[in-house]
Write a protein that binds this ligand. Sequence first.
Ligand SMILES: [Zn+2]
Length: 403
Amino acid sequence: MTEELKWIEDAIDELGQTAIKEDNTYWRATYTEEDRKGTALLKRWMEEAGFCTYFDQVGNLFGKIEGNAKDVVLTGSHRDTVRNGGRYDGALGIITAIAAGKALYQKKGRPEQTLEVVALCEEEASRFLTGYTGSRAITGTLREDDLSEKDERGISLKEALEAEGYFDGTLPKARSDIKQFLELHIEQGGVLEKTGKQAGIVTAIVGIFAGDIYFHGEQNHAGTTPMHMRKDPVPAAADFISALNRWALTKGTDLTCTIGNITIEPGKSNVIPARLKLTFDIRSGSQRLQEEARAKIEALLQQFQGYTPKVVYACQDPPASMDRENVSALGRLAKDQKIAVMTMISGAGHDAQIIAEKIRTNMIFVPSEKGISHSPLEFTSIRKIEPGYRLMKAFLEQAAWKK
Ligand SMILES: [Zn+2]
């Protein structure tokens, strides 16, 4: 193994150690002791690699290698983790960014464009519910209301930021100097492993269409109300769920549909329920399919008018497209490097989807062992990281060093 790969492997371990809490759970929530320890380590590594470091208003940590031009090529990922998460989600994208920047700088000297690496804060909603705080600071889309959001202990985002010394009272402005962003991330699913591909080139990040649907019945005695005299919302909802799932199945891998939670009121075994609430979560990389899903739900509910169905939409976030030209460029680089790649849609949310609203953005996926993520069992061997990392380096070399 090269020294460069050995460094990545060791760095994953060492950074991972800093997220182990006293009670032995693995969790790096934003602006906590674990975050401070991890950030200090990342800052040291950036400086050892030749980057000048600085923090922005929300505590995103940047490392900068000045180029001949002021335009910035940015690469990195998030440093926070979910509670009981793993050592690769987010962390791998920062560690590989530092390693790639260091290796390229040593080999090629001062770049043409300025290269920056970033360790973003609060992507996962690890402490504050909205999430994507770091990437929204970069795109200037953080709002005053977001600052008043509170964590489990009632501390607001603003208070937490002030306590860390990052915030000076003004909302972060959009960065206009960043021209491109690249994020390497674990796949968090099992497609690459199953197909034997070495890396994924992401074409889009799914949009999420989600909400709650209510079905109303007539609460009554389970023993004395004959079947034909009931108005029971449960079988109605079951029929609706089956029909919606059958429709979703016809969309192949282009759409997912999940009914993740059902609440029945009053929820007693001997009472015909008065009301049922179900959640739906529909994801797709296609805006057209997302709209089709909404129309399908509304059409299906027409068949259940007897149960006065009501839909409360929680969100309809459009899918985010990755930069098409660079998707092709990554494909060509992979071919040159003899890396077996596939294009794919990301079913999970990433900072890249926020940054893509304003800046040309791309993502590279490396395989996740057994497709496991958001778990301490998350794992990708250095052998499986290597092809995606090599692709990342080739891309950054072209983006930042080419005249
Ligand atoms: Zn992540």
